[in-house]
Design a protein around this ligand. Structure first.
Ligand code: MF3
Ligand code: CO
Ligand code: CO
Length: 268
């Protein structure tokens, strides 16, 4: 998909125009609203397919399009990643049980703009170990977002996330990253959730991208299952993730996917 407007940096990162923020706001809001509303269905006994059906219906009812259905052969309106699943969990017959934690990741297209966001949920009561993991992962995302301003670098974002997570004796997944987006789903740059201050491309006003750290209680290594999608921790340790779509403004950052209900974390 080609995008005629704006310009590209030498790293191939699109600089969007001032008016483009409005499109991202609308797309981001729908994705975030759907994540607000699916919370009521997350309970022991529910299947991940039931949650995905709800999400698919909400996308359609809004007159929007799911970005994930048909993406590289993927057939679902969300990714639902339970416990030691790191990301790209496929919704299906899996029944949630009390104490399961799960990430639900939704990407919608509204008027051509992509809104991509994910959060953590618990079926029933969140176990204490999981509580800490989820809190650290959320705080890591927000620290990464706080590093976003013109003149900072992508390495500054990664460093903010990695240094915080590792100080909590948890690990940052290296095998998956955030991404540029806008009128496309995945565009340059790769937004790494680890790095050195001052490294990587410099941030400029008008860049749109996701930050979506995955944090493991154990080791960072992952593997992809035979279904070619589901990524799990190699050591079977619990994993968590939060994702926002953001834009670089003249003075800092705009989050396109805040929860309209104030539910981003905790989710209920
Ligand atoms: N929403 C995911 C992301 O954050 C991508 C999911 S692609 C899918 O980039 F095909 F697995 F749905
Ligand atoms: Co994303
Ligand atoms: Co996503």
């Amino acid at each position: 998909m080609d995008d005629p407007r704006g310009r590209l940096t030498k790293d191939g990162i699109r600089i969007h125009e001032a008016g483009d923020f409005a499109g991202m706001r609308v797309a981001g809001r729908l994705a975030a609203e759907i994540l607000d509303d699916v919370a009521a269905l997350v309970e022991p006994g529910a299947t991940t397919a039931m949650l995905d059906d709800f999400i698919r219906e909400r996308v359609t009812a809004a007159g929007a399009v799911s970005a994930t259905i048909g993406y590289r052969g993927y057939q679902h309106a969300s990714c639902i990643s339970v416990n030691h699943v790191v990301c790209h969990g496929i919704p299906g017959a899996k029944v949630l049980k009390d104490g399961d934690i799960l990430n639900i990741d939704v990407t919608v297209i509204v008027d051509g703009w992509f809104g991509d966001t994910s959060r953590m949920y618990a079926a029933g009561a969140m176990p204490r170990k999981a509580e800490r993991l989820v809190q650290v992962t959320h705080d890591a995302l927000m620290l990464g977002i706080e590093a976003v301003r013109p003149g900072a670098t992508f390495g500054d974002i990664g460093h903010a996330i990695q240094s915080y997570v590792e100080a909590q004796r948890m690990s940052v997944v290296r095998d998956f990253c955030g991404h540029g987006l806008g009128r496309v789903f995945h565009a340059p740059p790769n937004v790494l959730h680890y790095g050195r201050p001052g490294s990587g491309p410099r941030l400029e006003e008008g860049m749109f991208f996701t930050i979506e750290p995955m944090v493991n209680l154990g080791r960072p290594e992952t593997k992809v299952l035979a279904d070619d999608w589901t990524a799990v921790t190699r050591d079977k340790s619990l994993s968590a993730q939060f994702e926002h779509s953001v834009g670089v403004t003249a003075t800092g950052v705009e989050i396109f996917t805040p929860s309209p209900a104030g539910r981003f974390h905790p989710t209920r």
